[in-house]
Design a protein around this ligand. Structure first.
Ligand code: ARG
Length: 463
């Protein structure tokens, strides 16, 4: 049904209407749309643009619409073009002519720019809060595992010993940067586009400071054409979600590997695992796999939004209606993935013995044996070569470095003495790596302390 009558004599073709309509996607903006309209109508009244009576009718009408949608008494009308027209039509149905005055000095272009920005800001905050919760979960697990030795890998080959705490804290650092990125983006979303009109503001004496302040922004946007063309905030949240999901995806990949029979470093709770339709023994890490899979989807949304925007001239063009498809999908995916991930990590059980066992394999202490010879006076490259030859010897004899006796060691270098066994013991190796940022329990404790302080500071900026 054509609401914007006047210029048109014909109804829109049915398929063209379905193609053009966005209400199926943007219905969820009803709350921010009504919030914007409430403040806009108050401003119109304060500026003497509409009467007190109209303002009161509009306010009451909008509030009842909001209540009815929330309670399910008013349902989506697919005949409407979008959420903005739906609310305006419903308002006019309910309060008559006053409803027709709401749109004075406003365009759907600044209206939708406002709604999307308000929504993006809200979701940014919601995601930041979730990420703080995720940090708490990971830090708690790290605190319980300061002494849990596990192999550290490069190229997925056993490299040097670390602790589970240090491994977990690596992700805590990534997510801390994610929080900072969401916060930075949030701070940039602090200007209000309402009042930009279609593109060139209006001749009515509107008060943009009033609407900006009352909608929680710092100030109105500075250029009306930019106001209705700009979707940078959508791109920023999509990028931040992509980066964060990439971190979750890498973590999920490790969970998948570590839950395999070959690693057996962790066991996932049954509440976060699924079975197979044919193989009765299977317990699959589907949640972690899906997080990895859905990461691709949020990259797709970022790419879609970037591409959608790249060729459109100033100002509003209908292409921009697509922004919400990408935005909503990424926001929903991110929030759900984070909640599921948190539950999965909270309930998984680390297999400390198995990690320890594997940490003793792969000649994990070879670097430290070379360092031992350096401490005894050898140049590092020579020490490296001798240790390499020892590893070769051990492979042939199916032994580990610790299992060689002193006489065997001495055939490779006279510098070996009884104290070598202490130097290549894993606990000794770990305790020795107490450099700032290192895996020694003492250094990780410090890392946790500093991180908690940083997170506290960040939290203050967000509250
Ligand atoms: N549904 C539109 C969107 O989401 C609202 C803005 C429409 N403005 C216009 N001039 N057609 O982008």
């Amino acid at each position: 049904m054509k609401v914007l009558k006047g210029r048109f004599e014909k109804e829109t073709d049915l398929e063209a209407h379905a193609f053009n309509s966005s209400i199926g996607v943007d219905f969820r903006l009803y709350e921010v749309d009504i919030k914007g309209s409430l403040v806009h109508s108050e401003m119109l009244f304060r500026q003497g643009i509409i009467s007190k009576e109209d303002f009161e009718k509009i306010t009451k009408g909008l509030l009842t619409i909001l209540k009815d949608i929330k309670e399910g008494a008013l349902t989506i009308d697919y005949g409407a073009e979008d959420i903005h027209m739906f609310v305006e039509e419903e308002l006019t149905k309910r309060v008559g002519d006053a409803g027709k005055r709401l749109h004075t000095s406003r365009s759907r272009n600044d209206q939708v720019a406002l709604d999307v920005k308000l929504y993006t800001r809200e979701k940014c905050k919601e995601i930041i809060k979730l990420l703080f919760n995720l940090e708490d979960v990971l830090i708690d697990l790290a605190k319980d595992n300061l002494d849990t030795i596990m192999p550290g890998y490069t190229h997925l080959q056993i490299a040097q010993p670390v602790t589970l705490a240090h491994h977990l804290m690596a992700y805590v650092q990534m997510i801390k940067r994610d929080i900072e990125r969401f916060k930075d983006a949030y701070l940039r979303m602090s200007t209000c586009p309402l009042g930009a009109g279609a593109l060139a503001t209006t001749t009515y004496n509107i008060d943009r400071d009033f609407t900006a302040k009352n909608l929680g922004f710092d100030s109105p946007t500075l250029n009306s054409m930019d106001s209705v063309s700009d979707r940078d905030h959508v791109l920023e949240i999509l990028f931040n979600i992509s980066t964060f999901m990439m971190h979750l995806s890498r973590f999920s990949e490790e969970i998948i590997l570590f839950a395999s029979q070959e690693f057996a470093f962790i066991s996932l709770d049954e509440a976060y695992s699924t079975g197979s339709s044919i193989m009765p023994q299977k317990k699959n890490p589907d949640m972690a796999e899906l997080i990895r899979g859905k990461c691709a989807r949020v990259y797709g949304n970022l790419n879609g939004a970037m591409t959608m925007l790249k060729g459109i001239p100033l100002c509003y063009n209908k292409d921009m209606q697509e922004d919400k498809v990408y935005l909503f999908d990424s926001v929903d995916t991110c929030i759900l993935a984070t909640k599921v991930f948190m539950g999965m990590v909270k309930t998984m059980k680390p297999n400390i013995e198995r990690m320890n066992e594997m940490a003793h394999k792969g000649f994990i202490n070879a670097t430290d044996m070379a360092d031992y010879l350096v401490k005894k006076g050898l140049a590092f490259r020579d020490a490296y070569k001798i240790t390499g030859e020892l590893v070769r010897y051990c492979i042939d004899k199916s032994k580990s470095l610790n299992e060689l006796d002193l006489s065997e060691l001495k055939t490779f270098s006279p510098l070996f003495e009884e104290d070598v066994y202490k130097y290549i013991d894993l606990n000794y190796i770990l305790a020795g790596r107490k450099i700032f940022g290192g895996p020694a329990p003492e250094a990780v404790k410090k890392q946790i302390e500093i991180t908690e302080g940083d997170l506290k500071k960040l939290k203050k900026l967000v509250d």
